[in-house]
Write a protein of this length. Structure first.
Length: 242
């Protein structure tokens, strides 16, 4: 869990200073489009769409943009036909890497992702080569400021959470995917400020990296996250705090 936690912290700090908000908007809009296409345009009847809309609002995407993405997904408006793909591979030091992709050109994206892996000391693998190392979980991050750890844990467990981990600056609450929205809503109703909440892939074990391999891995992660067709990147590495 610690490998994912530390990367989550890095990702959050990176997002706060990320000037390329257009890419964030594009990725969230694609998620809304695909969710609406698969499950319909009513968020109350489509949990995936409801979660995507929540993330879009947290990113301050205008309501009209959200509605337009829903209409593209339901076919009311024209747009690209995105395909969901999961790519798996290895980074420097044997780190397991999983990518969630949305693309309208599978061949182009595969070639570009393979090039990035090769460029930064990794290699794209076959389907299933690393997915067994990850488990889908709900992750809810709460800043530690002013919160009592025991009270928060009791509230989280009563709402249906599986576990809670303590990091330097935050608490991380772990749920089963099916209980994620229930737990998040319960915490919000109690006035507990949630800084991040998502259903994600948590590694069952981690690989510690130092020196050149750590630098290469961070460059690979940055390059993959910056690719327009990459929605999410999951990896099981762990770094020193510095």
């Amino acid at each position: 869990m610690s490998g994912h936690s530390k990367w989550s912290t890095i990702k959050r700090k990176k997002a706060k200073v990320d000037a390329q908000r257009g890419k964030i908007f594009t990725r969230l809009a694609r998620e809304i489009i695909v969710a609406a296409r698969q499950g319909g345009g009513d968020p109350d009847a489509n949990p995936r769409l409801k979660a995507a809309i929540q993330r879009a609002k947290e990113a301050n995407i205008p309501n009209e943009n959200i509605q337009r993405a829903i209409q593209k997904g339901t076919g009311e408006l024209g747009g690209a036909n995105y395909e969901e793909i999961v790519y798996e591979g290895y980074g420097p030091g044997g780190v397991a890497v999983m990518l969630e992709i949305m693309t309208d050109n599978r061949n182009r994206t595969a070639g570009e992702i393979r090039h990035l892996f090769s460029r930064y000391g990794g290699n794209l693998g076959e389907s299933g080569c690393v997915s067994w190392m990850f488990e889908k979980k709900g992750l809810i991050v709460v800043d530690r400021d002013g919160l009592d750890e025991d009270e928060l844990m009791l509230a989280a467990l009563e709402a249906g959470a599986e576990d809670m981990r303590t990091e330097d600056e935050s608490f991380e609450i772990i749920t089963a995917p099916a209980e994620f929205e229930q737990v998040r809503s319960a915490l919000v109703e109690k006035g507990i400020p949630v800084s991040e909440a998502e259903v994600t892939m948590v590694p069952q074990s981690t690989v510690k990296l130092t020196g050149k391999e750590a630098e290469q891995m961070m460059r690979l992660m940055d390059a993959l996250e910056d690719h327009d067709d990459v929605q999410e990147v999951y990896a099981n590495f762990e770094l020193e705090e510095d």
